[in-house]
Write a protein that binds this ligand. Structure first.
Ligand code: ADP
Ligand code: ASP
Ligand code: MG
Length: 826
C-alpha cells in the first residue's frame, strides 16, 4: 500500500482474518510491513460469536450441549495458543485466558440453571469471544518480535445500558481513550502495537455491553476519531465493499469509491461487510476509511470518504436484508385518516420493535411495516392492541404478518437525480417474475427499497444488479515487455481505468507483467500504479515458458496478452496462446512477418478459438491503417496499390537532411528523441519499413515472404552487424555521401524520402527523390502517411496521415485494440 510513512492508523481485522493461526501470522506480517503507529482492533476468532450464541441456546434448551460448545471453543483457542506461542509467553497467555474460561463456564451454567438469559447476560457471554482473541493476537505480535499490548475496550468505550446494541456515550469515551493512549504512547515506541477488543464496551458502572453484531467495525472508527487517526483500514475477507452481496450475485464487483452516506446506507440495508454505525465517527472528522482484503492485500479495496468520485453510475449497489417480516394493517376505515402511519410507528416503538421500513399503499387501505422476523409476532400483537377500537368497529379489518420476506435496496448518492427509478425497479422485478410486496423510498432519496418474498431474493438482486446497470465486463490482462511502450500503456491504463469503467463498463484487470528479467503474476489483480516499481524487488525471475503455462492454466475469462516486446521468441508463442482462447494485442511486428506458414497458423488459431489477434499498432502506431484496409476489403473494395512513408524516424531524418543537418547528427537526434527502435539500424536498414509493408501486403491477401521485399538500406551492409555503440561511433563516415545525394535532389527542386510501395503484387522499400507534386513531399515532423489506391479510390487515393510513432500514440493504439478485443470476447 502507498501510504506516507509514519502515520497513525487504526486497523480492524474481522473474524475471518483471525480465524486460524496462519491467518493471525499473516495479519502480524501485514502490520509489521509498514512503519507508523498502529492500533489493531480484532474480532473474536471467526465463527466464535455464533458458537457462543449456540451455547446460550443449548443452555436454555437444557440439553447439556452447552458444555460441548465450551469444550470445542476451548480446544480451538488452546490449539491457536499452542501454534502461535511457546515458553514463557505461552504460559503467561494461558494464565491470562484461564479466568475468562472460568467466567464463561459459570455464565453458561447460570443460563442453564435459571433457564433464562437476559440481554445483559447474553452480552457478557458474547464479550468473551473478543476478550479471548485479543490477548492471543497480542502474543502473536510479541512472538514475531513486535512489542504489543492487549487492551480491553470495556475500559475505553462507555455506553448506555441498551444491551445487545448499546449507544456509545462519546464524551466520556473520547476522554478515556485519549487519556489512556496518551500514557501508553508516552511509554512505548512507535512500533508498539495496541491490540484492542472490538465489539465490546461497558456502562459507566462497568457492566459489559456490546455494540451489536459486526460491532468491531464501529469500535475501530470510535478509536480513530478519539485518537485523530489518519486513516481506518477495515481488513476483511472480500476485496472491499461489493456492488451486491457476493453470496447472492456472482457478478458482484468491488466498488472503488463510496461516500460515507452510501456506505452507511448499504450497511443499514444489509451489506454485512460494515456495521451500519461505522461511518458515524469518521464522517464528522473526515477520516478516510479503506476496506481491504486480508487474503488479497494488493487489491485496491474500497475507499470511503465524504465525496464519492462523481460518476454517472447512479445506482452504486444493491443490498439485501434477509430474515424480515412484513406486518400489514388493512382496512377500508384507514382511507384518508391522517396519522395512521405515525400511530403504527409509535405503537411499535413503545415495545422497542425496530421498524426497518414503513410504507403506505397509495389507496391508503393498508400500511405495511417491515420488522425483523423474530419480532413479527410482537409487532402484530402491538398493532392489534393499538388499533383495538378500529378493529372492533371494523375500520381495520385485520393485522397479519408475512414471515419470510427480504428487503432489496438500490443505493447511490446520485439517485436523487434520477426520476422514475422506483418505476424502473418495479418493472425490472416484474419482468423477472418477482412479486413486490411493498416499495419505499428513503427520505434522502439515496435509496429505494422493495420488499419481496425471501424465496425471490436471489432473482430480485440478480435482476436489479443487471438492470441498473451494475453489470460490467471484466477482462484480464498480461503485459509482456515493460520498455517505453509497455510502461506507457500501464500508465495510460491507470489513468483511463475509471473512464473505461464508467463509459464502456469495461474493467481491465492486470494479472501479469513481465520483462526479460522479472515477472509478476497474480490472477486476483496487480496494482497498475505500483506494479513496475515493485517488479524488480517483488518479481520472480522471468520465465516465458512458465508464464505461458500459467496463462493457459489460469482459465481466466477474457484473458488478453499484450506483447510490447520486439521479440520473435514471444511472437512464436501466439498460436498456442490463441488456441487456448487467449487474445493477443501487439505492436510487435515479428509474428506477422515470420514465414507464411506461421502466418496462416496464427490466423487459423485465432479464427478457431474466436478470440482477437489485433496488431493495429504494428503499422503507424495508433493511426487506423489496418482498420482502413479491413474496412475497404470488408465493404467489397479491391486495393490496387499501397504507398507510404512508414517510418517516422526516417521521415524525421530526411527532413533534417533537407534542412542541412549531417546524417550522423540526424541519427543521433532521432535516437535521443526516442524515435528509433532499440537498435537504430532496424530503422536505417529499412527492416522496420519492410516489415510494415509486408504486414500490409499480407493483409490484402498477398503471399509475401521477407525475401520478396526489395529493400534499400541507408547504411552499408558492412555496418549492419556488431554492437550498437560501435556503429554509433562510425556513423559520421556516411555523412559526405549523404550530403551529396541531398544536394543533387535539391538541385532538381526535390527532397529525399524513404518510401515503401506495394504495386502489382510486388513490395519495394527505398530512398526516392520526390518533388512538390508528391503527397509525401510536405510531411511534417515524424509524420507518416499511407496512400491506398483502390477500385473505389482510384483517381483520388485514400490517405491516412499523422504521427506514426512514439510511446503515447503506440500505447493508445494498443488500448483501442484492447477495448475491441475485450468487448468482442465471449
Ligand atoms: P469480518 O469477519 O471481516 O467482519 P464479515 O463476515 O462481517 O467479515 O463481512 C464480510 C462479508 O460480508 C463478506 O464475506 C460477504 O460475504 C458479506 N457481504 C454482504 N454484502 C456485501 C457487500 N455488499 N460487499 C462486501 N461484502 C458483503
Ligand atoms: N464478533 C462480533 C460478531 O461476530 C463482532 C464482529 O465480528 O465485529 O458480530
Ligand atoms: Mg464484520
Amino acid at each position: 500500500m502507498n501510504t506516507p510513512a509514519h502515520t497513525m492508523e487504526v486497523w480492524k481485522f474481522g473474524g475471518t482474518s483471525v480465524a486460524t493461526p496462519e491467518r493471525i501470522r499473516e495479519i502480524v506480517g501485514l502490520v509489521r510491513q509498514e512503519p507508523g503507529r498502529r492500533v489493531v482492533v480484532v474480532s473474536a476468532l471467526g465463527g466464535v460469536t455464533d458458537q457462543l450464541l449456540r451455547g446460550i441456546d443449548a443452555a436454555l434448551a437444557r440439553s447439556d450441549a452447552h458444555r460441548d460448545v465450551l469444550t470445542d471453543l476451548r480446544a480451538r483457542h488452546d490449539a491457536t495458543v499452542e501454534a502461535l506461542t511457546d515458553g514463557d509467553e505461552r504460559e503467561r497467555l494461558q494464565a491470562t485466558l484461564a479466568p475468562i474460561w472460568d467466567e464463561l463456564g459459570e455464565l453458561l451454567d447460570g443460563v442453564y440453571l435459571l433457564r433464562e438469559c437476559t440481554r445483559r447476560t447474553r452480552d457478557a457471554i458474547l464479550a468473551t469471544g473478543e476478550r479471548l482473541s485479543v490477548p492471543i493476537v497480542a502474543a502473536a505480535f510479541r512472538a514475531a518480535d513486535t512489542p504489543a499490548t492487549a487492551l480491553d475496550a470495556r475500559s475505553l468505550i462507555q455506553t448506555d445500558g441498551a444491551f445487545g446494541e448499546a449507544e456509545v456515550q462519546f464524551g466520556p469515551t473520547e476522554a478515556r481513550i485519549r487519556e489512556q493512549f496518551e500514557t501508553l504512547y508516552a511509554e512505548t515506541p512507535e512500533a508498539h502495537v495496541m491490540v484492542v477488543t472490538g465489539f465490546i464496551a461497558a456502562t459507566a458502572e462497568g457492566v459489559t455491553t456490546t455494540l451489536g453484531r459486526s460491532g468491531s467495525d464501529y469500535t475501530a472508527t470510535i478509536l480513530a476519531r478519539a485518537l485523530q487517526a489518519e486513516r481506518v483500514v477495515i481488513w476483511t475477507d472480500v476485496d472491499g465493499v461489493l456492488s451486491a452481496d457476493p453470496r447472492l450475485v456472482d457478478a458482484a464487483f468491488p466498488l472503488e469509491r463510496l461516500s460515507y452516506r452510501e456506505a452507511a446506507e448499504m450497511a443499514y440495508f444489509g451489506a454485512k461487510v460494515l456495521h451500519p454505525r461505522t461511518m458515524r465517527p469518521v464522517e464528522a472528522s473526515g477520516i478516510p476509511l479503506l476496506i481491504k482484503n486480508t487474503m488479497n492485500p494488493d487489491a485496491p479495496g474500497t475507499l470511503v470518504t465524504a465525496e464519492a468520485v462523481p460518476t454517472d453510475r447512479r445506482v452504486k449497489a444493491i443490498s439485501t436484508i434477509r430474515d424480515v417480516a412484513v406486518v400489514m394493517l388493512e382496512g377500508r376505515g384507514l382511507l384518508g385518516v391522517p396519522g395512521t402511519a405515525a400511530r403504527t410507528f409509535d405503537a411499535l416503538a413503545d415495545r422497542s420493535i425496530n421498524v426497518l421500513m414503513i410504507s403506505q399503499a397509495s389507496s391508503e387501505q393498508s400500511i405495511c411495516t417491515v420488522v425483523r422476523r423474530s419480532e413479527a409476532e410482537a409487532a402484530v400483537d402491538a398493532l392489534e392492541h393499538a388499533f383495538r377500537h378500529e378493529l372492533a368497529q371494523g375500520d381495520v379489518s385485520r393485522v397479519y404478518a408475512l414471515p419470510d420476506c427480504a428487503v432489496v435496496s438500490a443505493v447511490g448518492d446520485q439517485m436523487r437525480h434520477m426520476p422514475g427509478l422506483a418505476g424502473r425497479m418495479f418493472a425490472t422485478l416484474g419482468r423477472s417474475g418477482v412479486n413486490v410486496l411493498a416499495i419505499a423510498q428513503g427520505a434522502a432519496e439515496t435509496n429505494i427499497s422493495a420488499v419481496v418474498r425471501d424465496a425471490d431474493v436471489k432473482a430480485a438482486v440478480d435482476a436489479l444488479h443487471e438492470a441498473f446497470p451494475l453489470r460490467r465486463t471484466r477482462a484480464h490482462l498480461c503485459v509482456i515487455g515493460t520498455g517505453v511502450v509497455g510502461s506507457t500503456l500501464l500508465d495510460i491504463l491507470q489513468h483511463q481505468a475509471p473512464r473505461l469503467l464508467d463509459d464502456l463498463r469495461l474493467h481491465l484487470r492486470l494479472v501479469g507483467v513481465t520483462n526479460s528479467r522479472r515477472m509478476r503474476w497474480d490472477p486476483s489483480g496487480l496494482p497498475l500504479d505500483t506494479v513496475l516499481d515493485a517488479l524488480d524487488q517483488r518479481g520472480e525471475p522471468a520465465d516465458l515458458d512458465d508464464l505461458v503455462e500459467r496463462l493457459t492454466a489460469s482459465r481466466l475469462e477474457r484473458l488478453l496478452v499484450v506483447d510490447a516486446t520486439a521479440s520473435s521468441d514471444v511472437a512464436r508463442r501466439y498460436p498456442e496462446l490463441l488456441e487456448q482462447g487467449i487474445g493477443i494485442v501487439t505492436p510487435n511486428k515479428r509474428a506477422n512477418t515470420l514465414d507464411m506458414g506461421f502466418y496462416h497458423r496464427l490466423r487459423e488459431a485465432a479464427a478457431r478459438s474466436e478470440v482477437s489477434y489485433r496488431y493495429e499498432a504494428t503499422v503507424m502506431a495508433g493511426l487506423p491503417v489496418i482498420l482502413t484496409v479491413r474496412d475497404l476489403l470488408r465493404s467489397g473494395d479491391t486495393i490496387e496499390r499501397i504507398e507510404g512513408v512508414f517510418s517516422g524516424t526516417l521521415a524525421y531524418l530526411f527532413r533534417r537532411l533537407a534542412e542541412g543537418a549531417s546524417f550522423s547528427e540526424a541519427v543521433r537526434e532521432a535516437r535521443a528523441g526516442g524515435y528509433t527502435e532499440p537498435d537504430p539500424r532496424d530503422d536505417l536498414g529499412g527492416e522496420d519499413v519492410a516489415r510494415k509493408l509486408m504486414i500490409l501486403a499480407r493483409e490484402i491477401g498477398l503471399e509475401v515472404e521477407r525475401d520478396d521485399v526489395r529493400v534499400e538500406p541507408l547504411v552499408p551492409f558492412a555496418m549492419m552487424d556488431g554492437p550498437v555503440d560501435a556503429f554509433m561511433e562510425q556513423v559520421d563516415t556516411l555523412d559526405a555521401a549523404w550530403a551529396e545525394r541531398v544536394a543533387a535532389a535539391a538541385d532538381d527542386g526535390k527532397r529525399l524520402q524513404y518510401i515503401g510501395r506495394v504495386v502489382d503484387g510486388r513490395c519495394r522499400v527505398g530512398v526516392e527523390a520526390i518533388g512538390p507534386d508528391s503527397p509525401f513531399f510536405a510531411l511534417q515532423g515524424t509524420d507518416n502517411a499511407v496512400l491506398f489506391t483502390s477500385e473505389r479510390y482510384r483517381d483520388n487515393p485514400l490517405v491516412v496521415q499523422g504521427p506514426g510513432a512514439g510511446p503515447a500514440v503506440t500505447a493508445a493504439g494498443i488500448l483501442a485494440d484492447l477495448i475491441k478485443a475485450a468487448q468482442l470476447m465471449p
